[in-house]
Design a binder for this molecule. Structure first.
Ligand SMILES: Cc1ncc(COP(=O)(O)O)c(C=O)c1O
Length: 363
């Protein structure tokens, strides 16, 4: 049996939608992009959605739309994908790393409060692995300190926190549609917002700062999505709820069938509708194998795994400062003990049972 850790679900519908765009001869941003933006905004419950060519560009454009740059500080969790922080650096602002909750892997509101100073302009909360962060706690802090809240929802399309969809909780929500995400456009991204002024600024920023054809009123970028990508996105968005239901079912199966000592299955905070972009287990000292040996053991059995993420961002060479005490010890501990196992929608019952059996045989 060969079971990859992640696999995009692409069917005939996506192939036909792309073929139709190719046959139309209109390949750049056009009607498909506009339709995808409308449908995605409706799905999230926001007034606007701006399609972008990837999730990193979405974060970069959102920060620029909020006027963040040189001299500003933006609070980010250290346990995330690198782009959460690098997008801040791309604006000239400084990412300030905070630690996460060990059970949910998500940003800890208390830590955010401790890092606020007069230079702080924004907080990026990450809905890591598909579980929403504590939006209520983070929003309260942002409101009382007049900070912009940006959601990094790259891994959480369709996740819900106490009735509110990701992308609708902050001033802006940033999504990625990379190939292995819960829904994909190959590469792609989106920024959602309900603020008219942010929507207008985002549209300028992703299109060379052009307010009219060949009139450039601010510095901008070419971050546009193509109609080819949007055509895939329109089909995938229709299937997203079905994909997420499968992911949640697979996760429930693991929750109730992994029984080996020394492995901790993911914790879900109250009120969170987790969409399991990744199913991330933690190995404790009680587990009889080292992580690398466990990965090798599963690989031999044909089971793909991955480590998200092996180095917390505050320890990445571009950000690490030598001889400083560890500012985010939980992130550091997680980086050395987490392991993602397959949870994608294409897994069947036989494969789930096979994976649990392989894991439970370790002793
Ligand atoms: C949490 C997080 N933020 C941002 C990104 C960046 O998205 P992209 O790869 O589409 O640029 C990713 C992508 O993996 C991500 O997981």
């Amino acid at each position: 049996m060969q079971i990859p850790v992640a696999r995009p679900v692409i069917g005939q519908d996506e192939i036909s939608a792309v073929t139709a765009v190719l046959e139309s001869g209109m390949l750049a941003s056009g009607e498909r992009v506009a339709e995808f933006e409308r449908n995605f905004a409706d799905f999230c419950g926001t007034t606007h959605a701006v399609a972008i060519n990837n999730g990193t560009a979405a974060l970069h454009a959102a920060l620029l739309a909020a006027d963040i740059g040189q001299g500003d500080e933006v609070i980010v969790p250290s346990f995330s994908f690198f782009a959460t922080a690098s997008a801040v650096s791309m604006t000239g602002a400084k990412p300030i790393f905070v630690d996460v909750n060990e059970q949910t892997f998500n940003i800890d509101p208390l830590q955010v409060e401790n890092q606020i100073n007069p230079n702080t302009k924004a907080v990026i909360g990450v809905h890591l692995f598909g579980q929403p962060f504590d939006a209520k706690g983070i929003k309260q802090i942002c409101e009382s300190h007049n900070l912009i809240l940006i959601e990094d929802a790259a891994q959480a399309q369709g996740a819900i926190c106490n009735g509110e969809k990701t992308g609708a909780m902050g001033h802006m929500g940033c999504f990625s549609f990379y190939a292995t995400k819960n829904m994909t456009t190959g590469e792609g991204g989106m920024v959602t917002t309900s603020e008219k002024a942010l929507n207008e600024r985002l549209r300028l920023l992703i299109n060379h700062g052009q307010s009219e054809k060949y009139l450039h009123t601010r510095l901008g970028y070419n971050y546009r999505m193509t109609d080819v990508a949007a055509a895939i996105g329109l089909v995938q968005l229709k299937k997203l709820e079905k994909f997420n239901t499968r992911r949640r079912k697979n996760a429930y199966y693991y929750d109730t069938h992994i029984s080996v000592k020394g492995l901790i299955t993911p914790g879900v905070a109250q009120g969170m509708h987790h969409v399991y972009h990744q199913y991330v287990i933690r190995l404790t000292d009680e587990f009889p194998m080292k992580r690398a040996d466990f990965m090798e053991y599963l690989k031999v059995k044909g089971i793909g795994t991955a480590v998200h993420y092996p180095i917390p961002i505050h320890h990445q060479p571009v950000y690490a400062r030598a001889n400083e005490p560890d500012s985010c010890p939980v992130s550091t501990r997680l980086a050395s003990s987490v392991l993602s196992i397959p949870v994608h929608p294409l897994l069947d019952q036989k494969e789930l049972a096979y994976i649990c059996d392989a894991i439970n045989r370790v002793n």
